[in-house]
Design a protein around this ligand. Sequence first.
Ligand SMILES: NC(=O)c1ccc[n+]([C@@H]2O[C@H](COP(=O)([O-])OP(=O)(O)OC[C@H]3O[C@@H](n4cnc5c(N)ncnc54)[C@H](OP(=O)(O)O)[C@@H]3O)[C@@H](O)[C@H]2O)c1
Length: 198
Amino acid sequence: MTVLVIGATGELGRATVSALSAHYDVLGVSRSTDPSVNLTEPETLDALFANHDPFEAVVVLSGAVPFAPLAELSREDFQTGFTSKFLGQVEAVQRGVAHVVDGGSFTLVSGILSDHPVPGSAAASSINSAVNGFVVGAAPQLPRGIRLNAVSPTVVTESVRYHEAFRGFEQIPAAQVAQWVLRSVAGEQTGQIFRAGW
Ligand SMILES: NC(=O)c1ccc[n+]([C@@H]2O[C@H](COP(=O)([O-])OP(=O)(O)OC[C@H]3O[C@@H](n4cnc5c(N)ncnc54)[C@H](OP(=O)(O)O)[C@@H]3O)[C@@H](O)[C@H]2O)c1
């Protein structure tokens, strides 16, 4: 059986595909792959699920969040971020649940900003908290022993573009975040927020 990784071409996605591939068949997708999945167009998910045998696990490692001073964050900024990182992941679970095997799992991604903000992170911090809240609220309601967790990384060593904003934060390699995803997929826990590196 196969693990589906959405956001597979990104920094965390590539490391996760590599870590999972030692143990599972992995199908990695994003907007730029074939098949293509765009989490802001959730019908693309339906098309993928309709054309594939049920998955052992679904992992989501995508989602864009805006960074700007609070006074400059518009309603549209919040809506765009919530649509991409929050609703995209919610819909991956809602639309995917019928296409995951008994005892399978979902692993979503949030981030350290839910608890430790940086300048400009009001939207990102809100969205990460919403993802964590969804995991806590939805996990007990999933059928057939299907589990749901989030991995919440600190800033990643390879993501150099974030380092200036995350001054003073300990960094961890993407490969270490990938081990937390593997632990979520392979383990038995549900409703957990796995803090990777903090
Ligand atoms: N990197 C870090 O330090 C860090 C720390 C904490 C949390 N996070 C969170 O982890 C997640 C991934 O971060 P990353 O640094 O790995 O990002 P990244 O390198 O920018 O990669 C993003 C991945 O998601 C895909 N993607 C983007 N929009 C998509 C959409 N609408 N539908 C489907 N796929 C989409 C991208 O591929 P395409 O462009 O081909 O679609 C790519 O595969 C984000 O939610 C981020 O907030 C990252």
